[in-house]
Design a protein around this ligand. Structure first.
Ligand code: ATP
Length: 240
């Protein structure tokens, strides 16, 4: 499309003291796109997400959100503007019920009826959460907590959703389920930037992909081309 990208990252750098974790990367998410960022442990993917969402102040570069510079803006302000993240390790409120967690996700909104309607809407996508609506989140399995973390982020009605390793630590069946949900969310038109260790599933679900290695983007393109690229297959898909 000719419209403004939802997210445009230019020359982004992240440093921890003297360690350069992200060394100047460019990436883009356009309207309706699911973009995945793959790469080995320690490549700098999480640091990239944290710099985009204002959790970390970047050491350099620029983050444009719908064309507006938001570089270094506080996470809270970005959530208000529709930029939501599901962090690695999920961080659901374990001592609150499922419904309370979802209400917390809507903290930036004040349309009570809309919030109720959205809870019902996401309950249809996540039936397990509906079944357990009044239970404490801490009693659910890791996969169910991942679903809840995603549903909670969606309650803010994000214009862009960042997901950090949603499949991490889950059983194969729950991994499939998480990706099914990611596809459903994509079908609802929510643009997403997905960081994943599971490169195969991520590329199968995504429109486009970026490969990160040692703080740099080393490759990018259409996800379906990357799935068949011999270098990607050998290095990231465990195939020869
Ligand atoms: P992972 O899959 O392990 O999360 P990643 O691609 O997300 O990997 P990052 O977590 O962004 O990578 O880490 C990039 C580099 O920055 C690594 O070398 C890591 O050791 C380093 N790093 C990350 N967080 C910190 C920190 N708080 N202090 C110092 N170094 C850090």
């Amino acid at each position: 499309t000719t419209s403004q990208p939802v997210l445009k990252v230019s020359s982004l750098k992240v440093a921890y003291g003297g360690i350069q974790a992200v060394k100047g990367i460019d990436l883009e998410v356009r309207d309706g796109e699911l973009v995945t960022l793959i790469g080995a442990n320690g490549a700098g993917k999480t640091s990239t997400l944290k710099a985009i969402t204002g959790v970390l102040k970047p050491a350099g570069g620029e983050v444009l959100y719908f064309g507006k510079a938001v570089t270094g803006t506080d996470s809270f302000k970005l959530v208000e503007q529709g930029l939501a993240m599901v962090p690695e390790g999920r961080g659901v409120f374990t001592r609150m019920t499922i419904v309370e967690n979802l209400q917390m996700g809507a903290f930036v909104r004040n349309d009570a009826q809309g919030i109720k309607d959205d809870i019902e809407k996401w309950f249809t996508v996540f039936p397990r959460l509906k079944e357990r609506a009044t239970q404490l989140a801490g009693t659910m399995s890791g996969g169910e907590q991942q679903m809840l973390a995603m549903a909670r982020a969606l309650m803010s009605r994000p214009k862009l959703l960042l997901l950090d390793e949603p499949s991490m630590g889950l059983s194969p069946i729950m991994v499939e389920k998480v990706f099914e949900v990611i596809r459903t969310v994509k079908a609802q038109g929510v643009p997403m930037l997905l960081v994943e260790q599971n490169a195969k599933l991520a590329l199968e679900a995504a429109d486009r992909g970026y490969v990160m290695d040692s703080g740099l983007v080393t490759m990018n393109g259409a996800a379906r081309d990357m799935l068949t690229d011999p270098k990607v297959r050998a290095a990231y898909l465990g195939e020869v």
